[in-house]
Write a protein that binds this ligand. Structure first.
Ligand SMILES: Cc1ncc(C[n+]2csc(CCOP(=O)(O)OP(=O)(O)O)c2C)c(N)n1
Ligand SMILES: [Mg+2]
Length: 318
């Protein structure tokens, strides 16, 4: 990987962190409505993954989607405006936190029903197979989603139909307040691929380089063999499940231990150790991410809400 690409990945991780911190403040100030789920702590997963895709490869995810949207190239302005329900958001302010999507950036949402987007991912891949191209679909979901029927249906279909899907489970140890070992018959989510005769791998999701390398290997396999693959990224969300989670199901010590393993800190140390960048170059990227976040908040606050005439638009596609 060249220096420019590595620094872009670092910038994106810091941008996700800053945008979401501001998002949390704006939520608490009552400026963002509905549910909001933060990605803070998990930035290395989507950053490493999406850095390894070709722009023609599709991405689809669940409701923890702000970071994924930014990694796919949707601007901070549009993400922030969508959070605030403004017309300048990429879903015209009508989707909100859980419905970040852009066909142009090949980001297919933002889905609120746990596991519900997995059969959609299989459908996207079936469409590409029918069209005769070798694009792949990267489908991200939580550990909790792997206990849902949709997961099993979609994995099975992808295998028997030779669909190019990279299934990526973000194992952040909990589905809302339920720990993986209390909800899943197997501790390692990757084991669930065995039941479908599918290849799998498990990677440290706090280390963006490891995620990137595992994703590259997986993407190459899926593209070349036209077989699906399950990649499990072991990670942790530093904040509650959604805004307003009292977090009674986990100990503060555990949260602290994972926070010491901050994916941005790990990547920063890597870049310095391998002399990819100097402290001052990284500080400049931190400042850039902060400035871009401030500008996005200004842009979103100054944008109008969708007018009444928007109410019945974008419901059906002609
Ligand atoms: C079908 C369905 N059941 C229940 C819910 C409520 N719900 C929202 S998020 C969630 C937990 C999902 O956990 P996981 O898949 O691990 O994702 P994470 O939130 O950890 O990213 C649940 C049960 C839902 N949205 N959809
Ligand atoms: Mg989870």
């Amino acid at each position: 990987m060249d220096k420019q690409k590595l620094l872009q990945m670092y910038y994106e991780m810091v941008l996700i962190r800053r945008v979401e911190e501001r998002g949390a403040e704006l939520y608490q100030a009552g400026k963002i409505g509905g549910f909001m789920h933060l990605y803070i702590g998990q930035e290395a997963v989507s950053t490493g993954l999406i850095a390894a895709r070709e722009p023609r490869d599709r991405v689809i995810t669940a409701y923890r989607d702000h970071g994924v949207a930014l990694n796919c190239g949707i601007s901070a302005n549009e993400v922030m405006a969508e959070l605030l329900g403004k017309i300048t958001g990429m879903s015209k302010g009508k989707g909100g936190s859980m419905h970040m999507a852009s066909v142009e950036k090949n980001m297919w949402g933002g889905h609120a029903i746990v596991g519900g987007h997995l059969p959609i991912a299989a459908g996207l891949a079936l469409g590409d197979q029918y069209a005769g191209n070798d694009n792949i679909t990267i489908c991200m979901f939580g550990d909790g989603a792997t206990n849902i029927g949709y997961f099993h249906e979609a994995l099975n279909l992808s295998k028997i139909w030779n669909l190019r899907v990279l299934w990526v489970c973000e194992n952040n140890q909990y589905g809302m307040g339920t720990a993986v070992e209390r909800a899943s018959a197997v501790d390692e989510i990757r084991q669930k691929a065995d039941g479908y005769g599918m290849k799998s791998d498990r990677v440290d999701g706090m280390d963006v380089i490891k995620v990137y390398e595992a994703a590259q290997k997986a993407i190459q396999y899926v593209r070349e063999t036209s077989q699906p693959y399950l990649l499990e990224a072991v990670t942790y969300r530093f904040r509650g499940h959604s805004m307003g989670d009292p977090e009674r199901y986990r100990q503060q010590d555990e949260v602290k231990k994972w926070q010491e393993n901050d994916p941005i800190g790990i990547f920063r140390a890597y870049l310095l150790k391998h002399q990819v960048a100097t402290e001052s170059e990284l500080n400049a990227l931190d400042d850039q991410a902060q400035a871009d976040t401030d500008k996005a908040v200004e842009f979103a606050e100054a944008s109008p809400e969708p007018g009444l005439e928007e109410l019945f638009k974008d419901i059906y596609v002609d």
